[in-house]
Ligand binder design. Structure first.
Ligand SMILES: Nc1nc2c(ncn2[C@@H]2O[C@H](COP(=O)(O)OP(=O)(O)O)[C@@H](O)[C@H]2O)c(=O)[nH]1
Ligand SMILES: [Mg+2]
Length: 332
């Protein structure tokens, strides 16, 4: 019985055979298995790929066991997520990534005015209101520098932050290089999370632009160039010397996640502002209750809600759609 494999399968299979990076190879093998039509004619091939996948997984789990000729598995290509979202800073050498990590979090990365100071990813936590966001600083992407683990890190992160250095003469060329380099690694940066590629080999990642080293009077024409290169992308102008701009960065980052904060309160008590529920935009009272406890959602009779543009203490049911910063009181 013929296997009837789609042409894309053969293309990706060729790339799979040539790929050296173990995690990338694993991702491709999983994709190939997914692309395979499932019938008798592909039984053997399916088994073959399942075995390849389990071997690759083993290699990743036991660092140092890289097969002869393959590069050592990089320990940096996966950072465990913490907080409401994971953000990865990418940019040219000296664009100010480490300075941003330093100013936005309590992490202490090495900042220097010579390029290639950062070799390993560094993380820190941003406190935005009562929400924690995880920020990752990375080595630069340029014709002289690309760390192979970056692809894995970007794929794993929620949001990519493109750090554009407004003071750099070749800002646009530097950014175009980065876009092309990522494309070569089958990563396409998009303005919206819903933008997907028809090509299953390509991973689309939501990104926003950080127009960094912003200096009033001088930077405006550069912002125009950026908007042209990244149409429809969210953009925030920052400078480590301007705290308001850093707050704006935090807000942009939070908004890019497509989530909202919902505070809960008990009847007769003040709202708990310290530990909001994090729900996707458009989330309902039922989803909020579920977030607290499955039982809660099941037993819920009604809820009361306070918030902007609402009748305060309004009685609502489980399909009521909440908004950022709403306060919710459950009645079971
Ligand atoms: N004027 C200005 N300089 C900055 C700003 N942020 C960083 N720098 C400088 O840019 C240089 C490179 O910064 P660094 O954070 O090491 O860049 P990285 O290579 O992208 O990590 C350093 O000399 C920083 O002091 C900023 O907002 N304004
Ligand atoms: Mg750095």
């Amino acid at each position: 019985m013929p296997a009837n494999l789609p042409p894309q399968f053969y293309e990706l299979d060729r790339e799979f055979k040539a790929e050296k990076d173990t995690r990338e190879k694993l991702r491709m093998a999983q994709e190939l298995l997914r692309m395979m039509p499932k019938h008798k004619g592909t039984d053997k091939l399916q088994a073959e790929f399942k075995s390849k996948i389990s071997k690759l997984k083993k290699q990743i789990e036991t660092p140092g066991s890289g097969v002869h000729g393959a590069r050592q598995v990089e320990a940096f290509d996966h950072i465990v997520k913490e907080g409401a979202g994971q953000f990865i800073l990418i940019g040219a050498p000296n664009s100010g990534k480490s300075s941003l990590l330093d100013s936005l979090t309590h992490a202490k990365p090495l900042v220097a005015d010579y390029p290639y100071t950062t070799r390993e990813p560094m993380t820190g936590m941003i406190a935005f209101d009562t929400v924690q966001l995880q920020l990752i600083d990375t080595p630069p992407i340029s014709p002289d520098s690309y760390e192979n683990y970056l692809g894995g890190l970007i794929r794993n992160a929620d949001i990519t932050v493109i750090v554009a250095d407004l003071s750099a003469e070749k800002m646009i060329d530097d950014l175009k290089f980065i876009i092309d380099k990522l494309q070569e690694k089958r990563i396409v940066l998009k303005a919206k999370a819903s933008e997907k590629s028809d090509d299953p080999r390509i991973v689309c990642k939501k990104a926003f632009v950080c127009a960094h080293k912003f200096y009033e009077d001088e930077s405006h024409h550069k912002l125009k160039d950026l908007e042209e290169l990244f149409p429809h992308f969210a953009m925030v102008a920052t400078s480590i010397l301007d705290d308001d701009s850093l707050d704006a960065f935090k807000m942009t980052a939070f908004e890019s996640l497509g989530v909202m904060r919902v505070y809960t309160k008990r009847a007769g008590h003040e709202p708990d502002y310290k530990d909001p529920l994090i729900l996707h935009l458009g989330g309902t009272v039922e989803e909020a209750a579920n977030e607290l406890h499955k039982d809660f959602a099941r037993k819920l009779k009604f809820a009361k809600v306070w918030g902007e543009g609402k009748y305060q203490g309004q009685k609502v049911h489980k399909d009521f759609v909440l908004e950022d910063k709403d306060i919710l009181e459950f009645h079971i």
